[in-house]
Every structure is written in C-alpha cells, then in structure tokens.
Write a protein that binds this ligand. Structure first.
Ligand SMILES: Nc1ncnc2c1ncn2[C@@H]1O[C@H](COP(=O)(O)OP(=O)(O)O)[C@@H](O)[C@H]1O
Ligand SMILES: [Mg+2]
Length: 227
C-alpha cells in the first residue's frame, strides 16, 4: 500500500510519516520511505544522512525509460506504460536500488533532496526535485505486504502537480487550528478532483504517542477494509 502524508506546514506530517515507517518496520514489514520535501525531515528523523537524491537529476527517470530529457513527464509515463516497465521492491529493480539507501533491514529511503543549482538559477521549479515520482509511483508494483510511506511538501502543491498519481491513500494531517483545518479542506478538495482516496487524522490532541497510535490504527483499519 502506498500512503502519503499531507497537510499544512507544521501540522505533523513528518512526525506521523516517521512513526508509520517505524511501526511497519517493527512489525517486520518492508517499507520504502519517500521523503518528497526539500527540508528532508523524514530522512533525518529516520537517522539517515542521505547522499543520493532523486532531484539531483530529475531527468534520470526519463533516460531510464529511454526518452530525451526534453520529454514531458506525461510522455514518459505513457511510454513506460506502453513498454510495460515496472519498478519493484523485491527483488529490487536497478533504478530503485540506485535511487535509494538502506536505513535498516526493512527500510529503504528515497529522498527528493535539497534545492539544486538548476532550481536556484530559476530554470526549474523546486517541484522538479520530486517530479520523477509522477512516473515512479504509478509504475511501482508492490507485493501485498509491502508499503510505501511518502512525506510530502506542505499544502495542496503535491496533489495539484500530479505527484500523488499511484498513491492508494492520502492521510491529511490536521492540527487544531483554523489555518490547519482550512488547508486540510483545500487538500481534500484537490484530492477529490485527483480521485485519490483520503482520510483526515487529528494531530496534536493526545501527545505524540497517543496521536501516533490513533493514526496507525486508522491507517491499518483502512488497509483491512480495502482487502
Ligand atoms: N502529536 C504531536 N504532539 C505534539 N507535538 C507534535 C506532534 N506532532 C508533531 N509535533 C511537533 O510539531 C512540529 C512540526 O511537526 P512536523 O512533523 O515537522 O510537521 P510538518 O512535517 O507537517 O511540517 C515539530 O516540532 C513536532 O515535534
Ligand atoms: Mg515535514
């Protein structure tokens, strides 16, 4: 199952995404953690010091699919589908292996990465760091007990830019402020337009432990009901 954490900045996306990764790893489940935010909180929370970045060369996935760097991601996705290309965690395909690092026996980490010179020069938008996920996530085929947990950038951007294609469940993290609730509504609206299933989890209610336990229970109940 592929789960993405969304919400207003500071609502607790990285905290809860980290907690879900750790919960799954403790349960003996294989997890690909994807840190799609340039602040790299998920990577650091997992104790990693990432050295491989998806955003260092956002065109790598285009070359992998056999197209030029000026092909659009929509073209790349279509070509990859036509060629029936797929990515897998077990056994791990060459692209996934190259673009991830091992965090622990059960957890691998893919990091979009910090801003690059091409972003600083104004040539690329900072969304380019995570843009390969538009192709990668829909083509990633998981076994029944494999999970992907994605820590997203704040707000509606990740949904509106198509990065959530292929995600099974978006978890909208809401803290008890009107700002957070307003952003949660905006995100839910975008997710409905994008036809991505979503749930809201309430954070900063019962302490990190209590909030984490409630989130894990909600996500697991969703998975069970989808089986
Ligand atoms: N359930 C919680 N209870 C108390 N503090 C929390 C909780 N969840 C997150 N925090 C704190 O809120 C701040 C923002 O959390 P973070 O996960 O980085 O948010 P985001 O990734 O959405 O920007 C951090 O200081 C974090 O420790
Ligand atoms: Mg964060």
């Amino acid at each position: 199952m592929k789960v993405a954490f969304l919400g207003k900045g500071g609502s607790g996306k990285s905290t809860l995404a980290t907690a879900l990764v750790q919960h799954l790893a403790r349960a003996g489940v294989s997890v690909l953690a994807i840190d799609a935010d340039h602040n790299m909180d998920l990577s650091y929370n997992l104790g990693a010091d990432p050295s491989v970045f998806l955003g260092s060369d956002p065109s790598l996935i285009k070359k992998h699919v056999g197209l030029d760097t000026d092909a659009t991601f929509a073209e790349v996705r279509k070509t990859a589908l036509d060629k029936q290309l797929a990515f897998h965690l077990s056994p791990m395909d060459e692209f996934t292996l190259r673009m991830t690092i091992e965090v622990s026996e059960k957890v691998r980490l893919m990091t979009a990465g910090p801003h690059t010179d091409i972003v600083r020069s104004g040539e690329h938008c900072s969304h380019s760091l995570a843009a390969p996920l538009k192709v990668y996530l829909p083509l990633l085929q998981l076994g029944p007990d494999e999970w992907v947990v994605i820590d997203e950038r704040a707000g509606t951007d990740p949904v509106a830019t198509g990065i959530l294609a292929g995600v099974d469940l978006a978890v909208i993290v809401e803290e008890p402020t009107v700002y957070s609730q307003r952003v949660a509504k905006q995100i839910a609206h975008e997710l409905t337009l994008a036809k991505v299933s979503h749930i809201v989890v309430h954070n900063k209610h019962a302490g990190v432990e209590g909030d984490t336990a409630a989130m894990v229970e909600t996500v697991m109940a969703y998975k069970k009901q989808k089986k």
